[in-house]
Design a protein around this ligand. Structure first.
Ligand SMILES: Cc1cc2nc3c(=O)[nH]c(=O)nc-3n(C[C@H](O)[C@H](O)[C@H](O)COP(=O)(O)OP(=O)(O)OC[C@H]3O[C@@H](n4cnc5c(N)ncnc54)[C@H](O)[C@@H]3O)c2cc1C
Ligand code: SF4
Length: 469
């Protein structure tokens, strides 16, 4: 039988960005808040302490900071006719676990949403006519506007210590000379920190984009361009472009995370408690299922515990929230065949395409230097910044050079079919063997091939859908 804990005002399920922000706001409002996090406690020490923090085997290959799929996973299918099967190997899809959630190991690209994306259906119908969006397509408006959200974007950037170049503040253009984005919506204030320095690859990209008439801008990044103390008194050091943002905890206190930017303030708050290794199984409801009364979780010893609360906040990330709601009997499940129901509807994960560019052998981009959010982007093909009329699709994407820092081993480019890690990576692939044969055949060809392999720059030219990797 489950043991019952003392009632709290609020229980928060999951302690990533969403959970930490809610915990701070609600304790400020005077409520007693308990955050339940399924993963272990993590922080800059020990997870971000140098030099262990840049251990590729632990973090990049064994993926220490991500969800352990041997304990729990999700099932995936590509269309409704397939049987969903468990996801067993982490790849692009990297759910977080532990204090800070994905916010501890994210990259730091820190965009605001484009105003048109918040009212996508209305906007496209107004500009292109009612028939533009095909019947049955589930696009809808979010129900909040950019103007309503703007003060919160501003507040969040001041908590995160975001670096960037503004274009327009309170209707006044300020960013023409300094890397602002002419497609960015109006802001009520500048970024708390100036944009990060441009890497050489970003400079090349900006020059190229400008020369063909596009509008390059500094990517807003939650990696600091200088020392910063945020609105909660949390201190950040200047980013040193070490290149270990994505998948790692930052040892310089330079990448915004719930752990660095919010937890220090919450620790001083007697109304707040964080309980780790507490895996929430369901939200408990009143008999009429109209009100939450708390949650049931399993603790580190495997015991079932009931935690009563007046308010339950699900901040366990989208699909975990949906999972918990379905297990708890909350709401109507989304049915992709009939298009009915809201729980689980319109879920989307980030899509990114990466291109690698070849440069002359004398162009050295030093790809090991970088930061998760630093770079230069172009929004000419993003959102509704171009005429979609003839194209028959909605939306778009920024594209950017974000030199995030290639790692010494896994970042090494290898021929198709040759993994960049492990025993099989040491065996030459058929392609490599063919290449070597060619080398032996003609010294001239071999010189060219060698030049290409050695000088393959790992500069990343992301074509991204609002996010990064
Ligand atoms: C490698 C990587 C790089 C990224 N880079 C960027 C970027 O540059 N810019 C950007 O905007 N976004 C980026 N993202 C995405 C971004 O980090 C996430 O969208 C964001 O951190 C999600 O925050 P969250 O609080 O909603 O969820 P999470 O951070 O996932 O937090 C949810 C927490 O809930 C916990 N939890 C789940 N289920 C339960 C349960 N049943 N009981 C108790 N606890 C539970 C989890 O352990 C987790 O800690 C990146 C993501 C990854 C993985
Ligand atoms: S690149 Fe900067 S923000 Fe990223 S881990 Fe290194 S010091 Fe931290």
């Amino acid at each position: 039988m489950a043991s019952e804990m003392k009632k709290v005002d609020v229980v928060i399920v999951g302690f990533g960005w969403a959970g930490a922000i809610m915990a701070k706001e609600l304790t400020e409002a005077g409520l007693n808040v308990l955050a339940l996090e399924r993963g272990p406690h993590r922080d800059t020490y020990p997870d971000g302490s140098y030099p262990q923090s840049i251990d590729e085997l632990t973090y990049n290959i064994r993926k220490k900071l991500f969800q352990d799929l041997s304990k729990s996973t999700v099932t995936i299918r590509h269309n409704a006719s397939q049987t969903a099967v468990p996801y067993r190997q982490l790849a692009a899809f990297l759910p977080g676990t532990g204090t800070g959630g994905a916010g501890l190991h994210w990259s730091g690209v820190h965009f605001r949403v484009d105003p048109t994306e918040l009212r996508m259906r209305s906007h496209y119908e107004e500009r292109y006519g009612k028939k533009f969006i095909p019947e049955g397509m589930t696009i809808q408006d979010f129900g909040v506007t950019y103007d309503e959200l703007e003060p919160f974007f501003d507040k969040a950037e001041k908590v995160f210590g975001t670096s960037g170049s503004a274009w327009s503040i309170n209707g006044k253009i300020v960013g023409k000379a300094q890397g602002g984005n002419p497609f960015a919506p109006d802001r009520s204030d500048k970024f708390p920190l100036p944009a990060q320095k441009r890497t050489y690859s970003a400079q090349l990209f900006a020059q190229a984009a400008e020369s063909v008439g596009y509008h390059p801008y500094d990517l807003p990044s939650a990696n600091t361009s200088g020392p910063y103390t945020n609105t909660y008194g949390a201190q950040m050091g200047p980013c040193n472009f070490c290149g270990y943002c994505s998948g790692y905890a930052c040892y310089m206190y330079s990448k915004a995370s719930p752990n660095v930017n919010i937890l220090p303030a919450l620790r001083q708050e007697p109304k707040f408690e964080l309980r780790n290794n507490a895996y929430v199984l369901r939200v408990n409801l009143t008999d009429d299922k109209k009100r939450a009364t708390g949650v049931t979780y399993v603790d580190a010893q495997g015991r079932e515990v009931e935690q009563p609360a007046d308010l339950v906040i699900l901040s366990a990330f989208q699909f975990h929230n949906v999972h918990l709601m379905l297990l708890s009997g909350i709401g109507k499940p989304y049915n992709p065949i009939t298009n009915e129901g809201t729980v689980g509807r319109n879920f989307a994960y980030q899509n990114i395409s990466t291109l690698k560019a070849l440069f002359d052998k004398n162009t050295t981009t030093n790809p090991f230097i970088g930061a998760g959010g630093a770079g230069v982007g172009v929004d000419d093909f993003n959102a509704d910044n171009f005429d979609h009329g003839p194209h028959g699709f909605v939306g778009g994407s920024p594209f950017w050079v974000n030199q995030a820092g290639t790692k010494p081993i896994s970042g090494l480019p290898t021929p198709t079919g040759t993994p960049n890690w492990g025993a099989s990576g040491k065996r030459p692939s058929p392609i490599l063997i063919r290449t070597m044969c060619l080398w032996m055949l003609t010294a001239r060809i071999s010189l060219i091939v060698l030049t290409i392999w050695i000088s393959i720059p790992t500069t990343k030219m992301h074509m991204a859908n609002r996010c990064c990797g």
